[in-house]
Design a protein around this ligand. Sequence first.
Ligand code: FES
Length: 154
Amino acid sequence: MADIIRKKQKGTDKVWFYTSTVKDHFINPKNIVLDDKIVEDMHPNGEGEVGSPACGDVMKFWIRVENGKIKKCLWKTFGCASAIASTSMLSVMVTENGGMTLEEAQKISPKEIMDRLGGLPPVKVHCSVLGDQALRQAIKDYKSKQQNKNVPLT
Ligand code: FES
């Protein structure tokens, strides 16, 4: 069981609970873009961008697909700590063990991401959807580019 961190919501009596895994991914996010140069250096072949209707925050996601698997990914957000932790975990999930196939990555659900994080406060569940949706857009973009080049999807 992950350790639990309490955070008092500013200006209210509400307390949100975060796991230590969420805290770790927020403080030390994996595959995050802090300098746009690393996106260029990765040579992404798919990219996606979505905005959250719930809060107005934005997420960008880039993938590098090789031999049908997501070998690398990067992301950038103007979202909150939960969005950062969720997308960091998502980026680990799609690239670990040699990378997921596009079909496997498309099946990842926000619940699976939250399970790996040990949960999120209910009010923050919508934040975990941002990375997932941006990833789907990036996969769609990759497939569209491949079809335009008449390259068989691998
Ligand atoms: S509140 Fe907008 S992404 Fe979390």
